[in-house]
Ligand binder design. Structure first.
Ligand SMILES: [Zn+2]
Ligand SMILES: [Zn+2]
Length: 296
């Protein structure tokens, strides 16, 4: 592990990944900054830095209040105005941090000299554990947040594609039969929620075990702050995931893991890229290796 590696990170230099349902552009290194843009889903997770590419995105989810995830939330809001985006974006925040966020946003505006009568809060949506909520400008996408364990209140979420599908008993019907059924007000479709993306934010490894649904998503983004055996106690102390905990979850859920890609984020800045790739290669179960990608 090269100790000089901590000076090479640049949070505005984005990592790019392609998946079957969206591209992922962003950056995530523990303590420095995390922001993950999913442009095809019109969705960003966290705002530890705000590149111009994030300003066109209408939905921002904040996993928790730590500065490396939250710092540029209002920069997103103000840059949009500067770029001429008229529509207000929606900020989805865990309900436990909403009041604190409002005070912080107001204090920042006062600090910047915004007159009291000109101050206006952005659109903030408090999200609750397991309460499904459609994205404001993408009604086909439904967010289902869940609580995770970290050193402060924190949430992850799954984003579902909401569709209607023909019920099994009508699958063989002809178009004219279907039209006839519709005329008679027969409910021939059923709701389907297809899990596209799950993300955990910062959390202890046990949060993976407590939320097995995340392993049904096409894409899973989960943190992996610590890698070395000696760092395992530190991971628990700081409320972060250790690679060993991910390996345990993979072995536990095994065949139930349907993810096409599992993307690991938030590595400690003390590890070099080389060390991260070598350690993953050594420790990950062979059958999952192809699907697991470090976001570096
Ligand atoms: Zn963090
Ligand atoms: Zn954190």
């Amino acid at each position: 592990m090269a100790s000089e590696s901590k000076y090479i990170h640049n949070a505005l230099k984005q990592v790019h990944l392609e998946t079957s349902c969206t591209s992922i552009n962003g950056f995530s290194i523990s303590g420095l900054a995390t922001y993950l843009q999913f442009p095809e889903l019109d969705f960003v997770v966290d705002m530890g830095e705000c590149p111009l590419s994030a300003t066109s995105i209408n939905h921002v989810f904040l996993t928790h209040a730590h500065g490396d995830h939250a710092r540029c939330l209002m920069r997103h809001h103000s840059l949009r105005k500067m770029m001429g985006v008229e529509r207000d974006s929606v900020y989805y925040l865990p309900e436990k941090i909403v009041e604190g966020a409002k005070e912080w946003i107001r204090a920042e505006a006062m600090f910047e000299g915004v007159p009291e009568n000109k101050f206006r809060l952005p659109e903030i949506c408090a999200v609750e554990h397991e309460k499904m909520i459609p994205l404001k400008y993408r009604k086909d996408l439904v967010l289902k947040p869940f609580e995770v364990k970290h050193s402060v209140p924190a949430m992850g979420a799954t984003l579902y594609l909401h569709k209607r599908k023909l019920k099994d008993e009508y699958l063989g019907k002809t178009p004219s039969e279907i039209i006839e059924l519709r005329k008679n007000n027969v409910e021939i479709t059923r709701e389907v929620f297809e899990p596209l993306l799950s993300f955990t934010g910062d959390c202890l490894g046990e949060s993976l075990i407590q939320n097995p649904e995340i392993f049904r998503s096409k894409i899973l983004v989960t943190e992996c702050t610590f890698l070395d055996e000696a760092d395992e106690p530190m991971s628990r102390k700081k409320g972060h995931t250790h690679l060993q905990h991910i390996v345990e979850a993979l072995e536990k859920f095994s065949d139930k893991i349907l993810c096409e890609k599992i993307i690991l984020t938030h590595f400690s800045m003390k590890y070099s890229e080389r060390h991260i790739r070598d350690t993953l290669d050594k420790k990950l179960p062979e059958r999952f290796k192809e699907r697991i990608i470090p976001f570096i």
